[in-house]
Design a protein around this ligand. Structure first.
Ligand code: NAD
Length: 481
C-alpha cells in the first residue's frame, strides 16, 4: 500500500494538514493500491512561502548552473527508468511500452531545457537597436517568479516535465500539483530533485485534488503565474482565479482533433496513423485524432481496415508483454466513455466494429469506429477521451478543411496524402497549433505544443515554452557625453 499523506516542501516530506484521503487505484486489477491526501489550503500556504523564500537565490543562480541541475534531474530519471515506467504503468493502466516512451520524453525534455538554460545565459544583455541617436539598449529576460503548475493524469511525468523543466531553466521557483489520480510516478520527482542538488524550496510538490490544492493554489496571491493542463471547465476556473492580481496563465486544454485523408493516401499508412491517433493510451490523449475526414473514394476500404485493426487489438494487463491497449485510468473515465456509447445508440449512429474480447477485469471499453457521423452529433463535437472514432466521408479537400475547422477546439490535426505538397497546403489552412503530415504525433522537446480556440492559451516546448516563464526586460541608457 502506498500512503501519500505528506507534501514535499523545502526539500522535505511534511504531513499534510488534511485528514481526508482519496483511494489510489490500479485500473487493471480494479484494486486499491494506496491512498493520497486530498490536501489542504494550509499546505498551499506553506509551499508558496517556501517557493518565495527560495526565489531570490534561484533567480540569481547562473543559467548554466541551473542547466546542470536540469541535466542531473534527467540523469536521476534515467537511472530510475525501469522502476518508474512500471510504477506509472501500474498507476495509470497504460501499457509498459507507452510508459517507457513517457519516461524517454520526460528525460529528453529536461535535457533540452538544460541547453536552453545555457542559451538563455548567452542571450542575456544582448545589445538591441536603441532607435535613438546617442542612446544604447540591452535586452534581458527575468524569471516570472513563483509559478503554480497543475497537471492531469494522462501523461504523468511528461506534462510535468514540459512545465517544470522550462520554469526551472528560466529561474522560477515552483509549486507543482500533479493529478490526484496518478501521483505515484510524480512523487518520485521529489527524490530526484534532492539528488540533483536543487536548493530547498525551488521545487515543491503538493498532492491533493482540485478542492484541497488546485483551487487554493490558483487563488493564492503568492503565485505570479499559472501553467495548467487539463479540462476546459477547470482551465476556465484557473483563469478566473488568476484574474485577481492580473496573473498570466498558460492553458493546455481539450481537443477534438481531425485526421484528414485524401483519395491518393496510402491505405496501410493511413490505417496505422488513424489507429495510433485514437488507440494510443486508450484514446486518453488531448491530441487524439477522433474525427476522421476521408475522401469518399477511399472511405469504405479505410473503414473496413480500421474495423479489422480494432478487432485485432490485444487489450490486457498493462505490464504483460504483447498488450497493446490498457484499461482506462479510472471507473469514472470508463463510465464517461460508456455514456457516449449509449448516446451514440440514442443518436442512431452506425458502427460495424466487431467487439474485441476484453479482459474480465479492468476499466476497459471496446474501441469503436462510427461511420458517417453527422457534424451535429455530440460525439462529433465533444471530447470523449477514449478509443472512440467518428468518421465522415468528404468529396474534396475544401469540404474536409471546412469540416475540420468547424470545431470549438484547435489543438492538433493529422493530414495523410499521397502528395506531400498537397498535405502541407491542407495543413496550412487548419486552425490548430500542430499538424502532422503523413507521420505519427511526434512532439520532440524542440517543437511546440498548444492549441488555438478553446484548446488553450500559449505554447509549451521549444524556446517559446521557456519564454512562457520569462519577462522580457529592456534597459535603455543615454550614452555618456
Ligand atoms: P481535470 O481538469 O479534471 O484536472 C486537471 C488537474 O486540475 C488535476 O490535477 C486536478 O486535480 C486539478 N483541478 C481540479 N479542479 C481544480 C480547480 N478547481 N482548480 C485548480 N485545479 C483543479 O482534467 P483531467 O481529467 O485530469 O485530464 C483530462 C483533460 O486534460 C482532458 O480535457 C484533456 O484534453 C486535457 N489535457 C490537455 C492536454 C493539452 O496539452 N492540451 C494534455 C493532457 C490533457
Amino acid at each position: 500500500m502506498h500512503v501519500l499523506n505528506e507534501q514535499f516542501i523545502d526539500n522535505a516530506w511534511v504531513d499534510s494538514h488534511a485528514e481526508a484521503r482519496l483511494p489510489l487505484l490500479d485500473p487493471f486489477h480494479e484494486a486499491v493500491i494506496g491512498e493520497v491526501t486530498r490536501g489542504d489550503p494550509l499546505d498551499v500556504d506553506a509551499a508558496v512561502a517556501a517557493a518565495r523564500r527560495a526565489l531570490p537565490d534561484w533567480r540569481d543562480t547562473p543559467e548554466a548552473r541551473r542547466g546542470e541541475h536540469l541535466e542531473a534531474i534527467a540523469a536521476g530519471l534515467e537511472a530510475r527508468r525501469e522502476g518508474l515506467a512500471e510504477l506509472s504503468s501500474r498507476n495509470s493502466g497504460k501499457p509498459l511500452a507507452e510508459a517507457h516512451q513517457d519516461l524517454d520524453d520526460a528525460i529528453a525534455c529536461y535535457r533540452y531545457y538544460a541547453t536552453q538554460a545555457r542559451a538563455l545565459g548567452k542571450r542575456q544583455g544582448q545589445a538591441d537597436a536603441s532607435g535613438i541617436e546617442g542612446f544604447s539598449a540591452r535586452r534581458y529576460w527575468d524569471p516570472v517568479g513563483v509559478v503554480g503548475l497543475i497537471t492531469p493524469w494522462n501523461f504523468p511525468l511528461v506534462s510535468s516535465a514540459w512545465k517544470l523543466a522550462p520554469a526551472l531553466a528560466a529561474g522560477c521557483t515552483v509549486v507543482f500539483k500533479p493529478s490526484e489520480v496518478t501521483p505515484l510516478p510524480e512523487r518520485v520527482l521529489a527524490e530526484v530533485v534532492i539528488e540533483a542538488g536543487l536548493p530547498p524550496g525551488v521545487v515543491n510538490l503538493l498532492h491533493g485534488d482540485g478542492e484541497g490544492i488546485g483551487a487554493p493554489l490558483s487563488r493564492h496571491p503568492g503565485i505570479d503565474k499559472f501553467s495548467f493542463t487539463g479540462s476546459n471547465p477547470v482551465g476556465e476556473k484557473v483563469m478566473q482565479a488568476a484574474a485577481s492580481g492580473v496573473r498570466p496563465v498558460s492553458l493546455e486544454l481539450g481537443g477534438k482533433s481531425p485526421i484528414l485523408v485524401t483519395e491518393d493516401a496510402d491505405l496501410e499508412l493511413t490505417c496505422d496513423l488513424v489507429m495510433a491517433g485514437i488507440c494510443y493510451n486508450a484514446g486518453q490523449m488531448c491530441s487524439a485524432t477522433s474525427r476522421l475526414l476521408v475522401h469518399e473514394r477511399l472511405a469504405d476500404d479505410l473503414y473496413a481496415a480500421i474495423d479489422a485493426e480494432m478487432a485485432a487489438l490485444r487489450p490486457g494487463a498493462p505490464l504483460a508483454e504483447g498488450t497493446d491497449m490498457g484499461p482506462l485510468v479510472s471507473a469514472m473515465q470508463r463510465d464517461r466513455v460508456q455514456r457516449y456509447l449509449a448516446l451514440a445508440d440514442r443518436e442512431g449512429l452506425h458502427s460495424e466494429t466487431p467487439a474485441v474480447a476484453l479482459p474480465e477485469q479492468g476499466f476497459f471499453v471496446t474501441p469503436r469506429l462510427y461511420r458517417d457521423v453527422p457534424p451535429s452529433s455530440r460525439l462529433w463535437r465533444e471530447e470523449i477521451f477514449g478509443p472512440v472514432l467518428c468518421a465522415r466521408r468528404v468529396a474534396d479537400d475544401e469540404e474536409a478543411i471546412a469540416l475540420a475547422n468547424d470545431s470549438d477546439f484547435g489543438l492538433a490535426a493529422t493530414v495523410v496524402a499521397g502528395d506531400p505538397d498537397r498535405a502541407e497546403a491542407i495543413a496550412r489552412r487548419l486552425e490548430v497549433g500542430n499538424v502532422w503530415c503523413n507521420c505519427d504525433q511526434v512532439a520532440p522537446p524542440h517543437s511546440s505544443w498548444g492549441g488555438m480556440k478553446r484548446s488553450g492559451i500559449g505554447r509549451e516546448l521549444g524556446q517559446t515554452g521557456l519564454d512562457a516563464y520569462l519577462e522580457p526586460k529592456r534597459i535603455t541608457c543615454r550614452a555618456a557625453t
